[in-house]
Design a binder for this molecule. Structure first.
Ligand SMILES: COc1ccc(-c2nc3ccccc3n2[C@H](C(=O)Nc2c(C)cccc2C)C2CCCCC2)c(OC)c1
Length: 233
């Protein structure tokens, strides 16, 4: 098989994305909090809204470092952010859930999430997704570029200049394809499997509004920002 090599530009692009991804980590580590104690449904809901709100801010900063993103039409930048926030949130959660943790911690974390207040019918699709991401053992470069690819989805609602977004996403996909071959030489279809997770991610994200409004507690309070990105209230 031909030797796969990244060009200088591709290596520079990947470095920019990974640095931005690592720089804009979520402030407090929610997994640590959840491992400490089981919170009530109300406390968990509050924690979720805090995490989601900081995630939006992190995502805005991250996209500023995606080469070419700031040259897109301003309204298209907003449409891409609005359209990808929920998916990026679940992708980040899957990565947090699949992080290598001391023995038994993942079991405790899963238990805490199962009892967090989320309606039971969403547990299976959510944990199936988390486990399918975990099985891929993504390196952090792959996680960062996959997040950028999720944001640069041309078919988000209200995107006007479809082509411009497609061109940026294509550049990322080319880097990811080479990265997968270099990082997982034994797995021919690793790249295809990775992209397949984006389909699972989109399906899971369709449930998010209902997951929130049917959270096992009464009087669900949302901030204006969360109403905007979560399509609730
Ligand atoms: C819409 O319904 C849910 C239900 C559960 C999760 C969820 N899966 C997790 C897997 C591992 C660790 C934490 C996990 N979370 C929540 C969390 O904070 N997600 C998170 C966010 C929101 C931003 C940035 C980063 C993360 C991790 C915990 C919030 C407090 C109650 C328990 C779930 C969720 O995340 C998108 C959405």
């Amino acid at each position: 098989r031909e030797k796969v090599e990244m060009t200088k530009e591709q290596r520079a692009l990947m470095k920019a994305i990974v640095d931005a991804y690592n720089r804009h980590q979520i402030p407090q580590d929610v997994a640590k909090k959840l491992l400490q104690e089981q919170y009530s449904a109300e406390e968990n809901f509050l924690l979720l809204t805090e995490m989601a709100t900081s995630q939006v801010q992190v995502l805005v900063e991250f996209t500023k470092n995606i080469p070419g993103f700031l040259s897109l039409d301003r309204e298209d930048q907003i449409a891409l952010l609005k359209g990808s926030t929920v998916e990026a949130m679940f992708l980040r959660s899957a990565q947090v859930f699949s992080r290598k943790m001391p023995n038994g911690h993942t079991v405790v974390l899963e238990e805490r999430i199962r009892k967090s207040g989320i309606p039971d019918e969403f547990m299976t699709p959510m944990f199936n997704f988390y486990k399918s991401i975990g099985e891929l053992h993504m390196v952090q470069e792959e996680q960062a570029i996959l997040t950028a690819i999720t944001i640069l989805m041309p078919d988000r609602p209200y995107v006007k200049d479809h082509q411009a977004v497609e061109r940026l996403q294509e550049t990322m996909l080319n880097v990811l394809r080479k990265l997968c071959v270099l990082q997982h030489p034994q797995e021919q279809q690793y790249f295809a499997r990775l992209l397949g997770r984006l389909t699972e991610l989109r399906t899971l994200s369709h449930y998010h509004a209902e997951m929130l409004t049917s959270w096992k507690m009464n009087d669900h309070k949302f901030t204006p920002l969360l109403c905007e990105i979560w399509d609730v209230q």
